[in-house]
Design a protein around this ligand. Structure first.
Ligand code: ZN
Length: 500
C-alpha cells in the first residue's frame, strides 16, 4: 500500500513542481521585464496554472497518499516524511478555503502589484485603495476559514509567516523595543548630527553598476546560479539551490541605496543557495520562516555590511569608482554616514536604530485593519499620525507614506513583524558566532567573509526548512529568542559612533 501512496505522491508532486516552477518564472518576468500590455493575458494564465495546481493537490488520491505516508513514518525515508508532513499541514489550511476563492484571489493579486506601482508612481492612493480593500476583505475571510480555538484573528496571519509566534509574543518584544529604543533615539538625536550630504551628490548609474559588480563578487554571486535585474522594489526569489535571483534599484542621487539592497538581497540568495541540495523539490527547501530569512539578509546588510571592518577593505574601491564625489570623505566619515540615525519616512532607507519603529507602526496598523478598527480610506491619515507620534515626522505625500511598500499589494499581511524579529535572531546569532569565532571581525577587515559564510552555512543555511524557528534558534544559540542581544548590539555600536 505504501508503495502505491509513494508513487501517487511523487508523480503528483512532479506535476505540481513543474507548474510552480512555471509560476515562479512568470512572476519573476512580470516583476522585471514583462511589458505592461501583457498584464491581462498573464493574469488569465496565472489563474489557469493556479487552478491546475489546486485541482492536483486537492485530489482525494493525493491527500490520502499524504496521510498514508505520514502514518508510515518507519517505512519511508526521513526527507519524504518531513516534506509530506509540511505539505499536508499547508494543504489542510488550503482545504478549508473554497478552491474557487483561492483562484479568484490569485487573479486579484496578479494585477494588484501593477495597480500599486501605478498609484505609487502617480502618488494616487485612491487608485490603489479599491484593490487593497478587496485584499483585506479576503484576508478577513481567510482568517475565518482558518481560525482554531488556539489561533484566532490576526494570529492566523502572523502564524503563516512565523509559526508559533502570536500577537502576545510580538506585543512583548515590541514593547521592550519601544521602551528601550524611543529614549535612546532621542538621546542620539540630541548629539551633533552626522553629515551625510555626500550621499545625495550625483552618482552616475553606470558607475553604480560597476561597483555593484564588485560588490556581487564580494557576496559570492555565482553567475551559474544567480541573476540580477532591476525593479521598483528590490527583492529576491529563487527555486531550489541552483537558481536564486535578486533585483535592485539605482537612484542617481543616492549612493548607498543600491549598495545595501544588494547586500541584503544577496543575504537572502545565499541562504537559499546553501540549503542542503537534498531538500530541492521538497517542502524543506528555501530556508525556514520569513523572519529567519530576514535575519540572514539583515545580518549581511547591517551586522557585516554596515560595520567599520567591512568598509576598511571595500571603501578604497568605492572611492576609486567615485573619485570626485568621495574625494574629501574619509573612511571614518563614510562609516558614520552609513550609520546615521535619523527619524526618516522610508522604512527601507531607515537606520538600524529606528528601523524597528517603522515595523511597529505597520504591525499596529495591520491589527487595526484586520480588527475592523479603521477603514481602508482612513489609512493614509492613520499612517501619517503614527509616523508623527513614533518618529516625529510626517509624510508630505502618500508616495513617501502609505504607498511606499509593496507588501500589502501582494497580500503579505502579517509579514512586517518578521523584519523586526529577524534583527533579534541575527543579533543573538552574532553573540554566539563571536564566542565560536572570536576573530571574525579581524577577518572581515581583511576583506575575508569566509568565516561568516561558513558559520552561517553550518548553523543556519544547511538546515533549510527542517526546523521551526523557535527550535532552530535554540539549536543554534542554546536559548530562546531574546531581545537583549539586539539591544546590546545597538547600544555598543551607536554609543561608539556618536562618541559617548
Ligand atoms: Zn528581505
Amino acid at each position: 500500500m505504501i508503495e502505491k501512496s509513494l508513487k501517487i505522491y511523487q508523480s503528483t508532486k512532479n506535476k505540481i513542481n513543474a507548474l510552480s516552477y512555471a509560476m515562479y518564472m512568470i512572476n519573476w518576468d512580470s516583476e522585471t521585464e514583462a511589458p505592461v500590455g501583457c498584464l491581462e493575458e498573464r493574469s488569465k494564465q496565472l489563474g489557469n496554472i493556479t487552478e491546475m495546481i489546486v485541482s492536483l493537490s486537492h485530489k482525494k488520491t493525493y491527500v490520502n497518499a499524504l496521510k498514508d505516508i505520514i502514518a508510515n513514518k518507519d517505512k519511508v525515508d526521513e526527507i519524504t516524511w518531513l516534506s509530506a508532513s509540511k505539505e499536508f499541514e499547508e494543504l489542510e489550511k488550503e482545504l478549508k478555503v473554497p478552491s474557487k476563492e483561492l483562484v479568484n484571489y490569485q487573479i486579484l493579486l496578479a494585477t494588484s502589484g501593477q495597480t500599486w506601482l501605478e498609484a505609487k508612481q502617480t502618488n494616487n492612493y485612491k487608485h490603489f485603495a479599491p484593490k487593497l480593500d478587496k485584499i483585506i476583505t479576503w484576508q478577513k475571510k481567510y482568517i475565518k476559514y482558518l481560525e482554531t480555538p488556539n489561533c484566532k484573528g490576526y494570529n492566523v496571519l502572523l502564524d503563516t509567516y512565523e509559526k508559533g509566534f502570536t500577537e502576545e509574543d510580538y506585543d512583548k518584544f515590541f514593547d521592550t523595543l519601544r521602551t528601550e529604543l524611543v529614549p535612546f533615539v532621542k538621546e542620539i538625536l540630541s548629539k551633533k548630527p552626522i553629515d551625510d550630504s555626500f550621499n545625495k551628490e550625483y552618482y552616475p548609474i553606470e558607475l553604480q553598476k560597476e561597483f555593484a559588480k564588485y560588490l556581487l563578487k564580494v557576496m559570492c554571486f555565482d553567475k551559474t546560479k544567480n541573476v540580477i535585474k532591476e525593479s521598483e522594489h528590490p527583492f529576491t526569489t529563487g527555486y531550489g539551490t541552483t537558481d536564486e535571483r535578486i533585483t535592485c534599484h539605482y537612484y542617481d542621487h543616492l549612493l548607498t541605496s543600491f549598495i545595501f539592497s544588494i547586500i541584503h538581497e544577496m543575504g537572502h540568495a545565499t541562504y537559499e543557495k546553501n540549503c542542503d541540495p537534498k531538500f530541492d523539490d521538497t517542502a524543506l527547501s528555501g530556508g525556514s520562516t520569513m523572519a529567519m530569512h530576514e535575519s540572514q539578509s539583515r545580518f549581511y546588510e547591517n551586522i557585516v555590511g554596515r560595520s567599520y571592518q567591512f568598509w576598511k577593505t571595500h571603501y578604497p574601491i568605492l572611492k576609486q569608482t567615485f573619485v570626485e564625489q568621495l574625494k574629501d570623505i574619509s573612511l571614518d566619515q563614510f562609516y558614520r554616514a552609513i550609520n546615521k540615525v535619523e527619524n526618516s519616512l522610508i522604512r527601507t532607507e531607515a537606520d538600524e536604530l529606528t528601523y524597528s519603529l517603522h515595523v511597529i507602526i505597520r504591525y499596529e496598523i495591520e491589527k487595526l485593519l484586520i480588527n475592523d478598527k479603521i477603514k481602508v480610506s482612513e489609512l493614509p491619515t492613520v499612517w501619517n499620525e503614527k509616523y508623527k507620534e513614533y518618529l516625529g515626522v510626517e509624510p508630505k505625500s502618500d508616495k513617501e507614506g502609505v504607498l511606499q511598500d509593496v507588501h500589502w499589494s501582494d497580500g503579505s499581511f502579517g509579514y512586517f513583524p518578521s523584519y523586526a524579529l529577524g534583527n533579534l535572531y541575527g543579533a543573538q546569532m552574532l553573540n554566539k558566532m563571536l564566542k565560536d569565532e572570536p576573530h571574525i571581525y579581524d577577518e572581515i577587515s581583511k576583506g575575508n567573509l569566509n568565516s561568516v559564510h561558513q558559520w552561517l552555512n553550518k548553523n543556519v543555511h544547511v538546515y533549510g526548512n527542517l526546523y521551526d524557528p523557535s527550535d532552530l534558534i535554540k539549536k543554534i544559540t542554546g536559548e530562546e529568542l531574546k531581545a537583549k542581544y539586539f539591544l546590546k548590539y545597538l547600544d555598543d555600536k551607536y554609543k561608539e559612533i556618536y562618541k559617548y
